[in-house]
Structures are given as C-alpha cells and as structure tokens.
Design a protein around this ligand. Structure first.
Ligand code: ZN
Length: 69
C-alpha cells in the first residue's frame, strides 16, 4: 500500500493510521491527525499560513534563498 501525505501539514501518513475525510462534494482528503482535520475543516485555515506545516516551511526557505541571491 502506498503511503499518503497529509493534506494539511504535508507529512507522510503510515498505512493504517490517520483520517480519511470525504467532503459532501466527493473530494477525498487525508489527514495525519485530528489536529490537521480540525485546522482544515473546522477552522478553515490555509496550510501556507500555519507555522507548523511543511508548506509554510517550504515557502519560508524559498523566500530565504530568493533574498540571498
Ligand atoms: Zn497532518
């Protein structure tokens, strides 16, 4: 079974763990934990604006590199 990535924080989800969330419109989302589910579904947060996600760190690193050059 292929490993999936969390739709919110971007970390890898081991098979047999995590949460599979299906929205009314049929969109399937994978979450590594309830924490990520709450942030995405109930709090409507954007991953690139939340400090502990992979996406935030990636954008931060890209900004660092662009300012160096
Ligand atoms: Zn997550």
């Amino acid at each position: 079974m292929a490993t999936r990535n969390c739709n919110f924080c971007g970390s890898q989800i081991e098979p047999g763990t995590g949460i599979l969330f299906v929205r009314k419109d049929g969109n399937v989302m994978n979450f590594c934990s309830r924490k990520c589910e709450v942030n995405m579904i109930e709090m409507h947060r954007v991953p690139r604006r939340v400090r502990w996600t992979n996406e935030y760190h990636n954008i931060k690193e890209m900004k660092k590199q662009s300012t160096k050059n």
